[in-house]
Design a binder for this molecule. Structure first.
Ligand code: PGA
Length: 258
């Protein structure tokens, strides 16, 4: 758990939703809804087509509400013939964070742990803060393999990260069966997995470095349940999908975390 720091990190993942005009409107509504609200760090991960315009927009509106931008994915490669991919260099001065290994990337784009491990390293090399997503699917949970699945993902994806670098990595526990389903994870289930992750990080990187890593929870988080998840010991913030597209819901989640 993040020591000596009680502020929670809220990340909104818009996925493949909104055109640029719709996204700009949503961003301005979020900012307006949270006017006069002091918040250390709120992260929005819009589609990549929005990042540049949003970065300019946010430069103008810097205030007590600090919104940073994140990308939803990056290429593991530096540059070259990789049609459709976005490199870490392209995100310089535009995004500060990047989601790595989201279950939708793993499922629909066949991203393996080996590839996600490389993406993570690319992000670190370029000083982007990676948000590494891990979590089991329904079958793995029913079969009693949930813990092993998450440990395998952590061990493989973080295999080449040093204890110097791990401090700048964020891990999100996202049970796949709860993402976008309204199938709420019980607080006890979240607590058990979040501590499994914290302990694994300490085991892999030592107490000094491992205990500094923030662990978020994600999966059907909304304005109603956000506080319950944030109150779980070991949960350092939330990764929000669907509810981040609704400015009132999202603002409610942010307020719950203050
Ligand atoms: P959800 O998505 O909040 O819609 O369940 C979470 C995520 O995919 O990160």
């Amino acid at each position: 758990m993040l020591m000596n720091n009680t502020s929670k990190l809220i990340v909104g993942n818009w996925k493949m939703n909104t055109t640029l005009p719709e996204g700009s409107l949503l961003l301005s509504r979020i900012i307006k809804e949270l006017t006069n609200f002091t918040y250390p760090e709120l992260v929005i991960c819009p589609p990549s087509t929005h990042l540049y315009a949003f970065s300019k927009e946010l430069e103008k509106s810097k205030g007590p509400l600090n919104i940073e931008l994140g990308a939803q994915n990056i290429s593991e490669h530096e540059e070259g013939p990789y049609t459709g991919e976005i490199s870490a260099t392209m995100l310089h001065n535009i995004a500060k964070y990047v989601i790595v290994g989201h279950s939708e990337r793993r499922k629909f784009f066949n991203e393996s742990d080996a590839v996600d491990g490389k993406k993570l390293q690319t992000a670190i090399r370029h000083r982007l803060t990676p948000i590494l997503c891990v979590g089991e699917d329904q079958q793995e949970r029913s079969d009693g393999h949930a813990k092993q699945k998450v440990l395998d993902q952590l061990n493989t994806d973080l295999a080449h990260v040093t204890s110097q670098e791990i401090k700048d990595v964020i891990v999100a526990y996202e049970p796949v069966w709860s993402i976008g389903t309204g199938n709420f994870a019980k607080p006890a289930q979240v607590e058990e997995m979040v501590w499994l992750i914290h302990n694994n990080l300490i085991e892999q990187f030592g107490k000094m470095a491992g205990s500094k890593v923030r662990v978020l929870y994600g999966g059907s988080v909304d304005g109603e349940n956000a506080r319950n998840y944030l109150n779980i010991k070991g949960v350092d913030g939330l990764l929000v999908g669907g509810a981040s597209l609704n400015y009132k819901q999202f603002a409610k989640i942010v307020r719950a975390s203050a």
